[in-house]
Design a protein around this ligand. Structure first.
Ligand code: SAH
Length: 362
């Protein structure tokens, strides 16, 4: 084993795990709180800078651990203020994370996988296939890096798990990341400020319904019927529209919370007045809000963005049925940072990636 791989990566430990790790070395459990404060509140990645530990302890710990932190390879800023960061992970794989200011809140859009296995027909990340899952440390690491990169330390921001990947396809690491993010001595980001967006993997959705830490939920619906949705979101053949809606109706929501239903509008595919009416009928009785996303077109995507009038008409019909509806302004399109435009070219296809394409391809 190389020296590097035998070291413990503190970024991968949630608080109970860090406490146990410290105890096993004869150190006090409360040291975990100190280390969390340094890492997450102050952004320190060097053990030697953690000055409430004695010099000898710091030196001893520094020999045993790393604090894995994604490296910024490239950053681009859109004319609308959106910033896209290309980050490199310890194994050289690359992901993208996006900072979207003033929506009116400040939002970090974070990835949960390198690539994605879901292969949605209109999404560029889907074209990559799944390369690998991110670890909890890598998911949180994006936030640790963004906070300083975009000057948000100590300020309030929201997190959307809407970058690369399907969060419920990487369930355990995503939930562990949410626990680390929520830690009071760390970044203290309440799950209420986190939105998890999913195609609706049913077993994982049922599991999520029983979690103590519960983010806001967004479902990528995109069509009101199985025939159309099956064309757009291949996994719909396994978990269909009716089952997803039934699971949403059962999902435990706090009093005023609602589930967001994302709906990418594709010209001539799912944007007719009849589609809008069917969507409204489908969501009757669900505590919902509808978020329409006019397609962010890209080379290699065989769909078109509807005209603004078609988007307005669709939104109006949904609203007439007494549903809350908003149209997502696409941000960062000039730097390809908008929804579905995150792709890292030139990564080797892994065996998992090839398998994923087969498994969901038909
Ligand atoms: N895998 C998760 C989260 C990532 S995608 C999910 O599917 O929900 C975040 C949102 O962007 C999803 O609603 C997705 O369908 C949408 N999206 C993907 N490609 C898009 C594109 N080209 N234009 C607009 N929205 C897109």
């Amino acid at each position: 084993m190389t020296e590097k791989t035998s070291r413990t990566d503190l970024a991968e430990l949630d608080r109970p795990a860090l406490e146990a790790w410290l105890e096993a070395r004869g150190l006090e459990r409360f040291r975990a709180r100190q280390i969390f404060r340094w890492m997450y509140r102050h952004g320190v990645t060097d053990l030697h800078a953690m000055t409430d530990l004695s010099r000898e302890r710091r030196a001893a710990l520094a020999d045993e651990v790393v604090i894995g932190t994604p490296a910024i390879v490239e950053r681009e800023k859109s004319s609308d203020g959106t910033e896209k960061l290309l980050l490199e992970l310890a194994d050289g794989r690359r992901i993208e994370s996006v900072f979207i200011p003033d929506t009116p809140s400040m939002t970090f859009c974070i990835s949960t996988q390198v690539g994605c296995a879901m292969a949605c027909a209109f999404c560029l990340t889907g074209k990559m296939g799944l390369v690998r899952n991110l670890t909890a440390g890598e998911i949180v690491g994006q936030v640790r890096v963004l906070v300083d990169a975009v000057n948000m330390r100590g300020k309030r921001f929201n997190i959307v798990l809407m970058g690369m990947g399907e969060p419920l396809h990487n369930y355990d690491e995503t939930m562990k990341a949410l626990r680390i993010l929520a830690d009071e001595d760390g970044l203290a980001i309440s799950p209420r400020r986190v939105t998890l967006s999913t195609v609706g993997l049913l077993p994982a959705l049922e599991r999520l319904a029983n979690e103590p830490i519960m983010p806001n939920l967004a479902i990528s619906l995109h069509a009101p019927d199985d025939a159309t949705r099956g064309q757009l979101v291949p996994i719909n053949k396994k978990y269909g529209v009716a089952d997803i809606i039934a699971a949403c109706k059962r999902f435990p929501l706090k009093r005023r919370n609602r589930i967001t239903f994302e709906y990418v509008l594709l010209a001539g595919v799912n944007d007719s007045p009849e589609d809008a009416r069917r969507l409204a009928r489908l969501l009757a009785g669900v505590k919902s809000k509808v978020n329409l996303i006019p397609l962010n077109a890209a080379a290699g995507i065989a769909f078109e963005r509807p005209a603004d009038e078609a988007v307005d008409r669709f939104a109006r019909i949904v609203a007439e049925h007494h549903l809350t509806v908003s149209v997502r302004k696409s941000r960062g399109r000039d730097i390809r940072a908008a929804c579905g435009q995150l792709i890292v070219e030139g990564q080797r296809r892994s065996p998992a990636q090839q398998l994923a394409t087969v498994a969901f391809g038909d």
